[in-house]
Design a protein around this ligand. Structure first.
Ligand code: C5P
Length: 231
């Protein structure tokens, strides 16, 4: 089985504040994207990594990956206007022999390699699509346009979903071809196409860097890893 990891990295990261595209912001002096690609390439079972770069920054992405010596075969393709389009472009560039595909946000730089391996193992065990997820910790309320609470949702059955997500290649390719509308993850396309999606245990360090505070958390995780020589 040949496994490819696709890394959508073409977002602007506007919620993080002004500056470089999010994937090129640094964490411990290293671009977020490089952390993410390194972790994937250290996974036991990942054979090739494909990065969807901001279209005007493909050169900067290539040189960042080259100068930080990522130990894997890495292809860089231009991303698209939406996350979905960025993933579709990376998918279109895959060699024929790839049969399992991971999709992992560049914005989740600290997701451990073991999580990628656990997702791949679940796909190999027979699932069409696999997502890592954590229970929701906050109480969740539904509000109307005036911010008035309409309902409190029972959180026991809710999950907060992360990446890397894993797929049989044909399942993901068909879902991208068939499903319309806007989705925020690839499993959403598989669901819309009528497929079954398996949840496995996520990891707290696979959180997405979205707001400025997330960079503070990420720096702290990195400092702890360096102090304990892990990762
Ligand atoms: O915006 P959000 O945080 O949900 O983005 C998730 C991931 O999708 C990020 O790694 C971002 O770079 C990527 N993305 C992309 N192409 C876009 C928009 C987002 O590759 N047009």
């Amino acid at each position: 089985v040949t496994v490819a990891a696709l890394v959508p990295a073409a977002g602007r990261g506007e919620r993080l504040g002004p500056g470089a595209p999010k994937a090129l912001r640094t964490l411990g002096g290293v671009p977020l994207l490089v952390h993410a690609v390194r972790s994937l390439s250290q996974a036991r079972d990942v054979d090739v990594v494909v990065v969807a770069a901001p279209p005007d920054q493909a050169g900067a992405v290539r040189s960042a990956l080259a100068s930080w010596a990522v130990p894997a075969e890495v292809l860089v393709v231009p991303g698209g206007e939406t996350r979905r389009e960025s993933v579709a472009r990376a998918l279109a560039s895959l060699p024929d022999d790839v049969d399992v595909v991971l999709v992992h946000d560049a914005a989740r730089p600290l997701a451990p390699s073991d999580l990628a391996d656990a997702v791949i193992a679940a796909v190999r065990a027979g699932a069409d699509a696999v997502v890592p997820a954590l229970p929701v910790v906050d109480t969740i309320k539904q509000v109307d346009d005036h911010n008035l609470v309409q309902a409190t949702v029972d959180r026991a059955s809710l999950r907060s979903v992360q990446t890397p997500q894993g797929f049989r290649r044909a399942v993901l390719a068909d879902a991208h071809r068939l499903a319309g509308g806007d989705v925020t993850d690839d499993a959403g396309l598989v669901e819309a196409a009528g497929g079954r999606v398996q949840v496995i245990a996520g990891h707290p360090e696979a959180f997405k860097v979205t707001r400025p505070i997330d960079l503070v958390f990420a720096e702290a995780v990195l400092a702890r890893r360096r102090a304990t020589h892990v990762g």
